[in-house]
Design a protein around this ligand. Structure first.
Ligand code: AMP
Length: 203
């Protein structure tokens, strides 16, 4: 989306962070909300995959981590987010999808946002039972052919999420920013729940 299509929002409402395990539908849902509201979608997974496709230096480096289901090192990820944030007008809401994934990234995000005169408005935690995630991820492997959707890598990604990203939720829970949303159901029904959660305002 180009900047002239973006909708200015009340700065007080802040940016949104989508957190949730692999396969919960963060990407699909973030794209839907962003499109209907004129916000900006910032998916670190999409940016890494784009670099990998274009075989940039960052892409080659990131692909090794992606293919193993491991996280790309924090410093590399944070620098990439900083570069992307530079291009986004301050009065346009950003939906972070898949970032931050570690507590160090969450701390870095606070600093980055302050640097750009922005702040986190809410963390939206999208949840679904493990069996549902496994079914969706193996379906996606067939449909999209993602190299990180093989059974071994899927198991690894779920384990890495529990170990490294769960603490990010607790980190934001202490600040009263987390809104839990049930990710099970038809895509439009989940979008509706997310719309409500996003509209609830900060705090
Ligand atoms: P996603 O598309 O969000 O599921 O991300 C796919 C893969 O990209 C992850 O399994 C990681 O290897 C990498 N990745 C995406 N976001 C991050 C992040 N914030 N920190 C580190 N690695 C990431």
């Amino acid at each position: 989306m180009t900047s002239d299509q973006q909708t200015p929002v009340d700065l007080a409402s802040g940016d949104l962070v989508f957190v949730g395990p692999p396969g919960v539908g963060k990407g699909t849902q973030a794209k839907a909300l962003v499109q209907e509201n004129g916000w900006v979608h910032l998916s670190t997974g999409d940016i890494f995959r784009d670099h990998a496709r274009r075989r940039t230096e960052l892409g080659r480096l990131a692909k090794a981590f992606l293919d193993r289901g491991e996280y790309v090192p924090d410093e590399i990820t944070v620098d990439m987010v900083r570069e992307r944030l530079r291009e986004i007008p301050r009065n346009t809401r950003v939906v972070f999808d898949g970032f931050p994934r570690t507590v160090a990234q969450a701390d870095a995000l606070d600093r980055l946002l302050a640097e750009f005169g922005r702040h986190v408005g809410a963390i939206i935690l999208l949840e679904a039972p493990r069996e549902e995630l496994l079914a969706r991820l193996s379906g996606r492997a067939r449909a999209e052919g993602r190299t990180d959707d093989t059974p071994e890598v899927i198991a690894k990604r779920l384990a890495v999420y529990e170990e490294q990203t769960r603490p990010v939720v607790s980190h934001y829970e202490r600040r009263g920013l987390v809104r839990r949303v049930n990710g099970v159901g038809a895509v439009p029904d989940v979008t509706e729940r997310l719309r409500d959660a996003a509209d609830r305002g900060p705090g």
